[in-house]
Ligand binder design. Sequence first.
Ligand SMILES: NC(=O)C1=CN([C@@H]2O[C@H](COP(=O)(O)OP(=O)(O)OC[C@H]3O[C@@H](n4cnc5c(N)ncnc54)[C@H](O)[C@@H]3O)[C@@H](O)[C@H]2O)C=CC1
Ligand SMILES: O=C(O)/C=C/C=C(\O)C(=O)O
Length: 491
Amino acid sequence: MTAETGRWIRNFVDGVFVEPDEDRGFDKVDPATGLVFARVHEADSSLVDRAVAGARRALDEGWARTPVRERAALLRRAADRIEERFEEFVAAEIADTGKPVTQARELDVARAVANFRSFADVVAAAGQESFLTDLAGGRQSLNYAVRKPLGVVAVIVPWNLPLLLLTWKVAPALACGNAIVVKPSEETPATATLLAEVLAEVGLPAGAYNVVHGFGGDSAGEYLTSHPGIDGVTFTGSSATGSHVMKTVAPRVRPVSFELGGKNAAIVFDDVDLDEALTGLTKSVFTNTGQVCLCTERVYVQRSVFADIADGLAERARRLRLDRPTDERTTTGPLISQQHRNKVLGYFELAEQAGAKVLTGGGIPQLGPELAGGSWIEPTLWTGLTNADRAVREEIFGPVAALIPFDTEAEAIALANDTDYGLAASVWTNDLRRGHRVAQAMNVGMAWVNTWFLRDLRSPFGGVGLSGIGREGGASSLHFYTEPTNVCVQL
Ligand SMILES: NC(=O)C1=CN([C@@H]2O[C@H](COP(=O)(O)OP(=O)(O)OC[C@H]3O[C@@H](n4cnc5c(N)ncnc54)[C@H](O)[C@@H]3O)[C@@H](O)[C@H]2O)C=CC1
Ligand SMILES: O=C(O)/C=C/C=C(\O)C(=O)O
C-alpha cells in the first residue's frame, strides 16, 4: 500500500486508499518554489459519510473495547515505525511546508514520535477517580468513574506544524479508544496520508483512522464538523474558523477542544542576561517563519535595555539564512502560501502607515531563480508602534514582531495582558521571584520564564479568550477524549 499513486495524494477511508476522482483534484504547491508537486483528491460529502461510518464500525467491532495495554503497545509501535520511516516523513513535511530540513527533523518528526510514546505512557499510567462517602447511619457509598471513549472524533488541523499537531491529537485519541476522521489542511495533505500507512502497518483496525482531504467551508472540513455521526471535534487553527466550527456543532451539542490563535507577548526586564534573552527571542519570533501559534509578536522591553535588545535582535534576524529547505544551513523557510504572504505584507503596510520604524526586513527577499516563485518574506522587526495599532493587536502569523518600551513591572504586565488573545507569554529576567510573579500574572494558558516552547507533553496546553477552549496534554487530553460514567454503589 502506498499513499501516492503517481502524483495523487489520496483519501484514506475505512482502511483503504480511495482511487482519486480526476474531477475532484486540487493542486498542492511547494511553498519554497511555487511549483505544483502533487494533486490532492478532494473528498465529497459521500466520502466523508463513508469515513464516519467506517470509524463507527471500527468502534463497534471492538476497537473501543481494546485493552489499554494493547492500545499503548500499538502507539509505541507507531512511534517505532515513524522512526524507521523518519526521512520519508521529513521529506513529506518539507514538501508540504517548505520548512528547513533541520527543523523538520529536530522538531516536527521528532515530536510526532514523542507524541505517540508520551501518550502510550500517559494512558498506561492513568487511574480513575473514586470517592468513599460516609452516610448517615454508618453506611457508606462508593463512587467511581469509568472512562469510555468519546466515540468518533473529528480532527481538524492547520498547516503550520501539520504532523506535530496531527499526532498531538491522534495519539491521545487512539490511546483512549476513539476512532478518528482527520481533515488535514488543504495546504499540507502529505504527512497525514503517510501516517495512514504507518498506522495500518502497525495493526490499527480498519476504520479507526481515516483521512479526508479538502477545504473548510462547503468542503470536507464542514462536511465533517456538521456530520451527525461525530461525537466531538478537536481543532487547531485560526480563532475565526474555531468560532465557525463551534456554531456548526452547537445544534448537536458536541464537545469541542480548540487551540486557536495567539498574539503572544515577551517581557524583557533590564536585569536579564542579554545574550541568552536574544537567543530565546530570536527563536520565539522567527521559528517556523513565525508560523507557530506560540510565536512572540509583541516584545515589551524595559527602557534601559531597549536599544540593546532592539539592535541585538535585528542583528540576529539579519543573520537568519533563507534558502532551500534541504540545505542543512537554512534556518528559515517560506510562508505557507502566496495568499498568506499577502496577508502578512498587508500588516507590513499597516504598520508603516501607523508610523513604525522598520529595524530590519519589511519586504520580499531576492533569493535567485529556483526560489523566486516561493512565498518568501523577510524577517521583520518594528519599533514605534503602540498597543493601539492593528499590527500589535491582530495575529499576523509571520516572522515579525513589534518592540515596545516599558518602565515598570506593573506597566509591562498591563501591556502584555492588553489583548483579546491569551495563549502564551514569556518573561525574561534574572530575578527568579519576579519571573514567577510576572508569569503567574499573565492571562494566558502557558507562560515561560527564560525559555520558550519548552514542552513537557504531560502538562496542560491551550489558551484563554480568543486563543481557545479547553486544554490538551497529559491527563487533560485523556479527559477530552473520554466520557466518564460515574457508578455509585451503596455499601
Ligand atoms: N494555530 C494557529 O494559531 C493558526 C492560525 N492560523 C491563522 O489563520 C489564518 C488563516 O489560515 P487558514 O489556513 O485559513 O486557517 P484556518 O483556521 O481557516 O484552517 C485550519 C483548518 O481548518 C479547516 N477549516 C477552515 N474552515 C473550516 C470550516 N468552516 N469547517 C471546518 N474546517 C474548516 C481548514 O481547512 C484547515 O484544515 C492564518 O493567516 C493565520 O493567521 C492558521 C493556522 C494555524
Ligand atoms: O503542541 C505543541 O507543542 C505546539 C503547538 C502549536 C500550535 O498549536 C500551533 O502552532 O498552532
